[in-house]
Design a protein around this ligand. Sequence first.
Ligand SMILES: Cc1cc2nc3c(=O)[nH]c(=O)nc-3n(C[C@H](O)[C@H](O)[C@H](O)COP(=O)(O)O)c2cc1C
Length: 192
Amino acid sequence: MVKIAQTEYPVLELIKNRWSARSFSDKLIKDNDLNTILEAATWAFSANNAQPWQFVYAHRGSAEFEAIWGCLAGGNQPWCKDAAALVVCISQDVFENGKRNDWALHDLGAANATMMLQATEMQIFGHPMAGFDRAKASTLLGLNPETHTPWVIMALGYLDSPDKLNDPYKTRELTPRTRKALKEVAKSMKIS
Ligand SMILES: Cc1cc2nc3c(=O)[nH]c(=O)nc-3n(C[C@H](O)[C@H](O)[C@H](O)COP(=O)(O)O)c2cc1C
């Protein structure tokens, strides 16, 4: 089951096919494939080409996966235990010269979106989550809170049937994706 976006305009298939899945099969992601997905992220644009992102990942079955999973909120842990990999997505909040990078979060988001499109092309589904204990994750990864911020943990994996989920996750997995109408978010500028 792929929750294909019903769009008003002829958007790329890859964009239509990406969605935040919860039901993952037991198939693991090969290192080469995970590296392909992560490299894709690094080809996103960024202010000054500062590339203010870092990704720390672990494959399911490792102690590191358990440690990252242990940072997730109670609402994310039940379905995330079956993810093939978890990736902590971190912004680097200062430029090399020490000045604050106010665009770091923007650029991390661009990198994450690029990551997800590459994954979708490879039949790998991703699900970003802000529902985690950020202080715990920072400590776990030895991050300096002055310079590095973990924003989302990305669950990655191959799709499985929604039937393996309990509610409310199963219902969410089956609910069609929706968006605001384009006219609510985009308009032609008019000088009055
Ligand atoms: C920054 C961010 C945080 C999110 N946090 C969670 C989360 O903690 N748990 C969850 O189930 N989904 C989370 N999501 C997924 C969103 O709910 C999802 O992207 C949105 O409903 C649109 O659905 P789609 O990605 O399938 O198009 C998050 C998404 C983003 C971008």
